[in-house]
Design a protein around this ligand. Sequence first.
Ligand SMILES: *Cc1c(COP(=O)(O)O)cnc(C)c1O
Length: 392
Amino acid sequence: MKYNVDNKGFYGDFGGSYIPEMLFSNIDELRKNYLNIVNKDSFEKEFNYYLNKYVGRPTPLYYANRLSEKYRAKIYLKREDLCHTGAHKINNTIGQILLAKALKKKKIIAETGAGQHGVATATVCALMGMDCVIYMGEVDIQRQKPNVERMRILGADVRPALSGSKTLKDATNEAMRHWINNPDDTHYIIGSVVGPHPYPDMVARFQSVISKELIYQLNKVENRNYPDFIIACVGGGSNAAGIFYHYLENSKVNLIGVEAAGLGVSTNKSAATTKLGKKGVLHGSKTLLMQDENGQVTEPYSISAGLDYPGIGPLHAHLFNSKRCEYLSVEDDEAMNAGIELSRLEGIIPAIETAHAFSVFDKLNIKGKIVVINLSGRGDKDLETYIKWGKY
Ligand SMILES: *Cc1c(COP(=O)(O)O)cnc(C)c1O
């Protein structure tokens, strides 16, 4: 399996586990146990139970009739927006909280940028009766008030990160510090396919339920279990990893990842990692990373808070390097227009992250082809951003 993680935690040149010594025992405990736990029948049964009864899976594979007509392709939408809490993120938090329980952990910590992963984490902590501490940059707390209050309603303790730029990477540092000081009873839930091994592989496995469902759903309607194209937006890359997962080795499927170019790759307001990034280490893994000439991580920008990340997960760095997946980057306005188009043609207002994936039809040769787009989340959380943008 040349696109999956090797036993040292690498995807080709990328991945690994670059962590301070103080975190070694926590990560090592996870690394040693995660496969045994998630491969147990009893784990799989419980995971599937919650995905089915609580999250609402399987999510529909919806044939987008009017969108298909417009672009002269057969376009299907994988409706992750219909998951409980409004996006794919909960697939992973359900998996990780069950893993935490199996490891006899009592407390959960997480970091969040826009608040979506924080909400998905606070939700499963309430579900399982676990203590929940969420670190969030002070600046993000001001910008994302509704999600902060959602987490508090769910019983989470939202703690501000006051250092650095007071955004996501500072929240991540605080969460790591917390974990170092509470190694025995605490599990750290990371929200995307990033971080030290085994996180990228663990999160990809939990999200792979998306492509697992796609195989039989597509088979039913197309008599063929694979599409010609799969398109997904990429922040850290978890929704893309989930819908690519079972097709990585099938070279008939064109995999397309869509990054946020922000105001443009030639401005310094962008988050297009494959265009602008270089090899580096962030949050415990070697990957592609936006950095200045001194190797300092630069502040990313995108109109969508969930794509506003200076790197991509090591799996994606490898898929990019090996050319297995093509990465496109689209600017704020292109994504916003695509979000409006989906709203008008199909009656679905997408999350702005997701809207990026809908803006690349004209850049691809999809006429007459079967195309599946991962509709990673719904736009309710983004109403204010749509309103502020205003061109509709
Ligand atoms: C968080 C988020 C993303 C970006 O995260 P990935 O790990 O790249 O999937 C994309 N879409 C939605 C709706 C999100 O909430």
